[in-house]
Design a protein around this ligand. Structure first.
Ligand code: HEM
Length: 239
């Protein structure tokens, strides 16, 4: 099918860099963290991946986990310091969840699996993006809080507190991992939505796709004169 040319700027370069620093750190943390869950009974000989967690390999994985944790913890500074003007408008939209978003969440499962139903017009972020953001936002703090207790509190906090931290860390991991897989599937594989990926690579989204999935946002940007559109006759070429 021929596609109308033209694209609209959705994210700044700084936001794209922030997204990938956060995502890259998260993937390293998930892969190294997964190996920590493979703890056999300490009274039995280690099996499977167990021996890897002892000795220098285990020490290296723990060090890599801590370095990636620093990357994840500090990554929001890239956005806050690099592109402060976009912080408030984007966070304001992400934190407002209205009837339209609820309807989106109710219709989306059927729509994305069978193509039936009609999604309501969406803003810059659809209901699914918002729910994904709420989980990322919440687990950012639960990971940091529980991770720092395990990192700095060993021997200082009580065994009970240490185990609670481990439990919170593991629950955040399972919740976050499920959503991470869905996020990758929808943005890189699903035929209806994979065209959104370019906006997190170079900041630009196909105008035709944006009009379909973010019509309310596109109309608003055009109305306010803030839309950056390129590749369409008559539109001012933007950076
Ligand atoms: C960003 C702040 C984070 C800090 C400070 C942190 C720190 C830690 C520390 C100190 C441990 C204990 C490792 C050991 O046995 O020496 C740990 C375990 C673990 N981490 Fe993290 N981590 C963070 C984020 C993450 C993220 C984002 C994930 C996954 C996506 C993750 C997954 C895990 C898992 C699965 C474990 C094993 C939990 C358990 O022992 O029950 N961590 N983390």
């Amino acid at each position: 099918m021929a596609r109308a040319s033209g694209s609209i700027k959705k994210f700044s370069r700084v936001q794209v860099v922030f997204h990938w620093v956060y995502g890259g750190s998260w993937i390293i943390l998930a892969l190294t963290g997964l190996t920590f869950l493979w703890r056999g009974d300490p009274t039995e000989p280690a099996v499977g991946l167990g021996p890897l967690l002892q000795g220098s390999v285990g020490q290296t994985l723990r060090l890599v986990h801590r370095i990636a944790a620093i990357g994840l913890m500090t990554s929001p500074l890239i956005w806050f310091l690099g592109d402060p003007k976009s912080v408030w408008p984007d966070l304001k939209e992400l934190f407002s969840f209205g009837k339209r978003d609820l309807k989106y969440m109710l219709v989306a499962p059927l729509y994305y699996t069978t193509g039936r139903g009609q999604l309501p017009p969406q803003g810059k972020f659809n209901g699914g993006h918002k729910v994904n953001f709420y989980v990322v936002f919440t687990t950012y703090f639960t990971f940091i809080g529980s991770g720092l207790v395990m990192w700095l509190g060993r021997g200082t906090v009580s065994d009970g507190a240490f185990h609670v931290a481990q439990l919170i860390h593991s629950l955040s991991f399972f919740l976050g991992s499920g959503l991470f897989l869905l996020h990758v599937y929808l943005t890189a594989i699903h035929p209806f939505t994979r065209r959104s990926l370019s906006s997190m690579v170079n900041g630009w989204m196909e105008l035709q796709y944006a009009r379909l999935d973010h019509s309310e946002w596109v109309e608003r940007e055009i109305r306010n004169g803030t839309a950056q559109i390129r590749g369409v006759e008559g539109a001012a070429e933007a950076r």
